[in-house]
Design a protein around this ligand. Structure first.
Ligand code: BGC
Length: 441
């Protein structure tokens, strides 16, 4: 792989790092914010979830922005938004300003969650596109782990302002990095800057013949006339949208963020008494999430997207079924802490090499160029709405149905996802982006 392409993908992946850090950091910070601003439980919950409302708003508009001003400047804008949000949150004199700051951070996350994978998939050569977009997921997991560790390190000083404020450093790197990055050749072709696009393709491919093949395929795909919402009248594009949105929602409703956001609480429900041990257990989960994403980076372009999805989803199903079973079995109560930790490690580890990276990858691949920004925006929007609903109602579901039924439901949804992947999702390994077609198997 060319160093140039790896550099471009790594800078763009910083958007993922900020996504992970900013969604993960609040779990520790909120304890001290609640104390400082004397928050009632409702406001405490809202301080956590307001960022997701920002994500919904940001992802809804990001595709249109990326189609207007380009992928590169949209990601640059995301960096600026992250920076402003971090400063406002860290210096907030009261709860109202803090909420605005976190909302702004959410807009940054919404932007980068649409544009970073889109941009990476558009600058990546077909044979390493899977690995490069998975790098973005890897950055998300590094961000989440960094957030856990920062929260842990700063907890003694109750330094929530630093916890939120440290995000300015990666945002500055993203901002300055994007100034030096090239625009996506596909976007350049789309807006009629063929000569520049041609140059960019030459920097991506060692072999000029491969670059020319790609150029032909992009130009061919640009002949299709309809753009914007109009294009969704075409059955193939409607089908792509259906697949994109469904995959994005399934990524959330199989329960990943109950573990990522509420892990320490789940450990405490499993009988791990001390808060410090629960936080430690959560850091183990965070580290496994990170390391297992490497499996996707290495294998997604070799064995393909669908085999990894089947393997990962089967592991997630087994781990969730074990959790559901053990929370319902009173005779296991003494070993529940150990069972919970090992099942959650298996569950997150399997998510990390399958549903985590591959959903972002597929939704950046399945839309034709004319509607790629829009399709990606709508799918990502659905992902954030799913995330909001699951994380908002998880504790209520546990209170109403119990942990066993809740995990049992997620297990069932893993089976639904396997069936959906089998029936609807195309294998996109090694295919040129413009040659990917969705059609039911
Ligand atoms: C998901 C996030 C999740 C993260 C965990 C991402 O792919 O979209 O919702 O928190 O993975 O690593």
């Amino acid at each position: 792989m060319k160093a140039h392409v790896l550099l471009v993908a790594s800078v763009a992946a910083l958007g993922g790092l900020l996504f992970g850090y900013d969604t993960g950091v609040i779990s520790g910070a909120v304890l001290f914010i609640t104390k400082d601003f004397d928050l009632a439980p409702w406001w405490q919950a809202f301080t956590i979830s307001v960022v997701l409302i920002g994500c919904i708003a940001g992802s809804a508009i990001a595709g249109t922005v990326a189609d207007r001003i380009g992928r590169r400047w949209t990601l640059f804008a995301a960096g600026v938004v992250f920076f402003v949000g971090a400063i406002v949150s860290a210096l907030a004199p009261n709860e109202a300003v803090l909420l605005w700051g976190r909302f702004v951070v959410g807009i940054g996350i919404g932007f980068s969650s649409v544009v970073a994978p889109l941009y990476i998939s558009e600058v990546a050569p077909a044979e390493s596109r899977g690995a490069l977009v998975s790098l973005y997921q890897f950055a998300i997991t590094v961000g989440i782990l960094a957030a856990y560790l920062v929260d842990y390190a700063l907890a003694a000083g109750e330094a929530w302002r630093w916890m939120l404020g440290l995000a300015v450093f990666p945002s500055l790197i993203l901002i300055s990095g994007m100034i030096g990055m090239p625009e996506s050749p596909r976007y350049l072709f789309k807006v009629g800057l063929g000569a520049r696009a041609h140059q960019e393709l030459a920097r991506i491919y060692d072999d000029p013949a491969a670059g020319e093949r790609e150029e032909r395929s992009i130009l061919e795909s640009l002949r299709a006339k309809s753009v914007g919402f109009e294009a969704f009248k075409q059955p193939a594009i409607r089908l792509a949208l259906f697949i994109g949105i469904t995959l994005a929602v399934l990524q959330q409703i199989t329960g990943i963020n109950t573990v990522i956001y509420y892990g320490p609480q789940i450990f405490q429900m499993a009988g791990v008494a001390s808060a410090a041990r629960s936080i430690l257990a959560q850091s183990i989960v965070g580290a496994v999430n990170c390391v297992m994403t490497l499996v996707a980076i290495f294998f997604v372009d070799r064995v393909g997207r669908k085999p990894l999805l089947y393997a990962g989803l089967s592991g997630m199903f087994l781990a969730l079924a074990a959790l559901a079973f053990s929370f319902a079995a009173p005779h296991l109560s003494r070993s529940l802490g150990t069972i919970a930790l090992s099942s959650m490690v298996v569950y997150v580890g399997c998510f990390a090499f399958s549903l985590g990276p591959i959903v972002w990858l597929l939704i950046s691949e399945i839309f034709p160029l004319q509607v790629r920004g829009l399709g990606m925006s709508l799918s990502t929007l659905a992902n954030w709405v799913g995330n909001f609903l699951v994380s908002q109602f998880f504790l209520t579901m546990v209170a109403r149905l119990g942990l066993s039924a809740t995990f049992g439901m997620y297990a069932l949804l893993c089976v639904v996802t396997i069936i959906f992947v089998r029936a609807m999702v195309p294998e996109t390994k090694q295919e040129l982006l413009e040659q990917i077609r969705v059609r039911p198997a």
